[in-house]
Design a protein around this ligand. Structure first.
Ligand SMILES: O=C(O)COP(=O)(O)O
Ligand SMILES: [Mg+2]
Length: 225
C-alpha cells in the first residue's frame, strides 16, 4: 500500500498528466510528415508515441510511415520540421485536464512547493505553462533538454529533491506513463499514475504505481490533504 504520510513537495509530469497536449503534437507530426511526402498518422496513433520526448516520438512516427527505422538524416529533418510546426500548434492544441488548476491552487495554498518534470523539449515548456495560466504554480521546471538523460532515468527527480531539500519519501511524483513510474521508483519516490493519459495506449496500472487515480478530484484526499 502507498505511503503518502509525509508529503512535503510534489512533481508533475506534463503531457498526458496536467495537459491534454496530443492534439497539438499530432497536428505538428502530421504537418512534418506531409512535408516529407509521408502519410499523416493522425491523433489516435500519435497519442501512443508521446512520453519519451520529441526525438523518440518522431522516430516512432517515421518508423510507422516508412515501414523501417529512419536514417539519421531523415530523423534530423523530421525533428526540425516538427519543431517548426509545433511552435504553431502547441498553444491552441493543448488544454488542461479537469480540476488541474483547482488542485494546483489548493496545493500551493497549503505551502507545498511544486515542480514540473517533463520529457517535452524545454523551449516549449514555459510558454505552454504560461498560455495555460499555470506557470505561477511551479517553482522548478525541468524540461527534456535540462538533463542529459530523460525519464525513465531518475536524474530530473533527483534535481527536484535537491532543489526542494526533501527526502525521496517526502516527494510525490504524479505522471501518466510507464516512464514516470519507473523514474519515481528508481528514485525511491512515492508515485501516482493518472489513468486518463497516454502511456502508449496501455493501462498505467501495469507499471504498478503506488496508486492510480482517474481524476485530479481524488488527489488531495488520496494524500490526506
Ligand atoms: O514530450 C513527450 O514525449 C512527453 O512529455 P511528458 O514527459 O510531459 O509526458
Ligand atoms: Mg506524460
Amino acid at each position: 500500500m502507498a505511503h503518502f504520510t509525509d508529503i512535503r513537495a510534489l512533481a508533475f509530469d506534463l503531457d498526458g498528466t496536467l495537459v491534454d497536449s496530443a492534439p497539438g503534437l499530432s497536428q505538428a507530426i502530421d504537418h512534418a510528415l506531409s512535408d516529407l511526402q509521408l502519410p499523416p498518422p493522425g491523433l489516435a496513433l500519435a497519442s501512443t508515441w508521446i512520453g519519451n520526448g520529441a526525438d523518440v516520438m518522431m522516430t516512432r512516427a517515421l518508423t510507422w510511415a516508412l515501414g523501417r527505422e529512419p536514417h539519421a538524416e531523415e530523423q534530423r529533418d523530421a525533428r526540425a520540421l516538427f519543431d517548426k510546426y509545433y511552435a504553431q500548434t502547441v498553444e491552441a492544441g493543448s488544454t488542461l485536464f479537469p480540476q488541474v488548476v483547482e488542485t494546483l491552487a489548493a496545493l500551493q495554498a497549503k505551502g507545498l512547493p511544486l515542480a514540473i518534470v517533463t520529457n517535452k523539449p524545454t523551449p516549449f515548456v514555459a510558454p505552454l505553462l504560461k498560455s495555460l495560466g499555470i506557470a505561477e504554480y511551479f517553482t522548478q521546471i525541468i524540461g527534456g533538454d535540462d538533463v542529459i538523460v530523460k525519464k525513465p532515468h531518475p536524474a530530473a527527480i533527483f534535481l527536484v529533491l535537491g532543489h526542494f531539500g526533501v527526502l525521496p519519501g517526502q516527494l510525490l511524483f504524479v505522471g501518466d506513463s510507464r516512464n514516470d513510474i519507473l523514474a519515481a521508483q528508481a528514485a525511491g519516490v512515492p508515485n501516482i499514475g493518472m489513468t486518463f493519459g497516454y502511456n502508449y495506449g496501455e493501462p498505467i496500472a501495469t507499471s504498478q504505481p503506488d496508486l492510480t487515480l482517474d481524476s485530479f478530484d481524488e488527489l488531495l484526499p488520496a494524500i490526506g490533504l
